[in-house]
Design a binder for this molecule. Structure first.
Ligand code: FAD
Length: 349
């Protein structure tokens, strides 16, 4: 493991924002990750784990500690020929540092169903369970069998079953205080050889209205095309995708807004332990139709014109400006709707 000093973090994030880390290293194996933990412990340094940097907002003045970039590779599909093993399902174990979208491309090439709707999401395999990535009517929790982690304090290995991961909407145990010390090293996915298309999401249903039985390749192509229209090009814009989560609100709040805005739509959420019903609503719709914020811009920060839930930085905006802009958006939403919105992007303090 090569330990570097004073490394600029901006080039490792899709926002292209971030000052220097005092210490930086790349972990290409579990042993290197353990070495990094031992170094941080011996110098009492705070530790930050970085994957592809596509869901983080790093501080302008950098990080006073050790940043470890996870590049633990292992992709059992790469270079192998289909079919993989016998049976109806296939279980594959993938290294945390593999590219998420490269994995999706491989599964599609091998005729394996389960993650095709999650095509085009930037980042690494190890970060996918952290916020239970989701898109186009699908969430990664549906195909996760287990997640293997290292405890950063003890370096002990532990395996979390899907249930133990406590997956929720853009949430898992790894985002909660009791799970924050665990660093993902590999993930096991259960994929299907004979799956069926999931066209529950409106955009995909419309795309395939004339072709009701698309293949895996068709679905991946469609998702990439739709995403290409909605998201900015990472080569030209700094962004971390959706900056906020879609709000989950009470039935009463939903009814109140629906009365005022009859086109407002919501999706009933599963209830547990006799909890009152909750409804997930589209923040992009609220920002556009209720707050009139589509294309809203202050100096170098803007809401993306094709998808207002996406914040973009232009001409070198810093983390401070992004954060102030996001606070402004949250304030406007609260004023107009009474809803408190929550950030999806991880702020590094
Ligand atoms: C253009 C664009 C579109 C996007 N679209 C979507 C979308 O449709 N759906 C969606 O869910 N997300 C989306 N995202 C967000 C992002 O791609 C995902 O959250 C992704 O999983 C982040 O992966 P990463 O490797 O870049 O993680 P990073 O940004 O590097 O890290 C994110 C968080 O996970 C932690 N982390 C990273 N790796 C590990 C590990 N191995 N173990 C423990 N903790 C770890 C980090 O410490 C940090 O807190 C989008 C982002 C962009 C830029």
């Amino acid at each position: 493991m090569e330990l570097l000093k004073n490394v600029s973090l901006a080039e490792f994030t899709t926002f292209k924002i971030g000052g220097k880390a005092d210490y930086f290293c790349v972990a290409r194996s579990v042993a290197e990750l353990q070495e990094a933990f031992a170094f941080a412990r011996s110098c009492s340094l705070p530790l930050f784990i970085l994957g592809g940097g596509s869901n983080v907002l790093m501080r302008d003045d950098g990080f006073r500690g050790l940043v470890v970039k996870i590049e633990i590779k292992n992709s059992p599909l790469e270079g192998s020929t289909p079919p993989v093993g016998g049976g109806r399902d296939v279980c594959i174990v993938v290294g945390a540092g593999e590219s998420w979208d490269a994995l999706v491309a491989e599964t599609v090439a091998h005729g394996l169903w389960g993650v095709e709707n999650l095509s085009g999401i930037p980042g690494t395999v190890g970060a996918a369970p952290i916020q239970n990535i989701g898109a186009y009517g699908s969430e990664v929790k549906e195909v996760i069998e287990w997640v293997e982690v290292l405890d950063k304090n003890t370096s002990a290995v532990r395996r979390f079953s899907r249930d133990e991961c406590e997956f929720g909407y853009r949430d898992s145990i790894f985002k909660k205080p009791e799970g924050r010390d665990y660093i993902v090293t590999s993930v096991a996915f259960r994929l299907r050889k004979n799956g069926a298309p999931n066209l529950s999401y409106k955009d995909l249903a419309e795309y395939f209205a004339e072709k009701p039985d698309p293949s895996l390749v068709d679905i991946r192509r469609a998702v990439l095309e739709i995403r290409g229209r909605k998201f900015p090009d990472l080569k030209t814009h700094g962004t971390a995708g959706s900056f906020f989560k879609n709000p989950i609100i009470s039935q009463e709040k939903f009814d109140e807004l629906k009365k005022k805005y009859p086109e407002f739509v919501g999706y009933q959420q599963p209830t547990t332990n006799n909890q009152p019903p909750t409804i997930k609503v589209s923040l992009a719709w609220i920002l556009d139709k209720i707050c009139g914020l589509n294309g809203y811009k202050i100096d170098k920060v803007a809401l993306w014109k094709n998808q207002p839930i996406v914040l973009v930085s232009q001409d070198g905006a810093g983390a401070k400006e992004i954060s102030a802009f996001a606070d402004d958006i949250a304030r406007i939403v609260k004023e107009k709707t009474g809803i408190e919105i929550e950030r999806e992007v991880q702020n590094i303090c």
